[in-house]
Design a protein around this ligand. Structure first.
Ligand code: ADP
Length: 175
């Protein structure tokens, strides 16, 4: 087993039976928040707001999945989210296809941010997070959802969606 020693003020040396990498705190912490965001809801916004103090940059990454039927086009979702966060420089919006971990690497992101709504989410996310860590060295950070929200239904638009989008969503839903 490898040994590692640390020297601190007042403590001569501490021997550890394992090697630890000390991550420099000058490294910019970049997280990718991947999802379909179809459309973005107050639940997503809540996760982003609560994650903001943890990272220097959060990249909201809209995954393009050609096999899935979406309510909003990829470009529409991107523009809508950009509009919503236009006053926050720490938030970037991007679209991507392929593996989320590959996208993270292309952006220099060390973290994947995900929200957990229930134990089903956890079961699903756990395996993916372990694989991303083991294969790609990307850590996952989970934020537990406080808001009990379901996908967009007209009656609860107010609770679900940022005010700016309610009219647009209403129009789209009634088509
Ligand atoms: P995906 O299809 O990849 O789950 P979503 O856009 O549905 O994409 O979700 C992206 C992330 O946001 C996920 O981590 C999900 O758990 C979280 N999320 C989705 N809806 C809500 C919500 N209403 N409240 C909190 N978190 C949510």
């Amino acid at each position: 087993m490898q040994s590692n020693s640390l020297t601190r003020k007042g403590i001569k040396s501490v021997s550890l039976p394992y090697k630890i990498d000390i991550v420099s705190n000058t490294t910019k912490k970049i997280a990718v928040f991947p999802g379909s965001f179809d459309p973005i809801t107050l639940g997503h916004v809540d996760i982003i707001n609560r994650a903001l103090p943890l990272f220097d940059t959060i990249i909201i990454a809209i995954g393009s999945n050609a096999t899935k039927k979406h309510m909003w086009t990829l470009q529409y979702r991107k523009t809508a989210i950009e509009q919503l966060f236009k006053n926050n420089n720490a938030i970037k919006v991007a679209t991507y296809d392929g593996l989320t971990a590959t996208f993270c690497k292309s952006q220099g992101a060390q973290f994947i941010l995900r929200g957990l709504r229930n134990s089903k989410d956890f079961e699903y996310e756990q395996t993916i997070a372990q694989a991303n860590d083991k294969v790609n060295g990307i850590d996952s950070v989970f934020i537990i959802s406080f808001l009990i929200m379901r996908l967009s239904i007209l009656g609860s638009l107010k609770k679900l969606h940022p005010q700016e989008f309610q009219i647009k969503i209403k129009k789209r839903c009634s088509k």
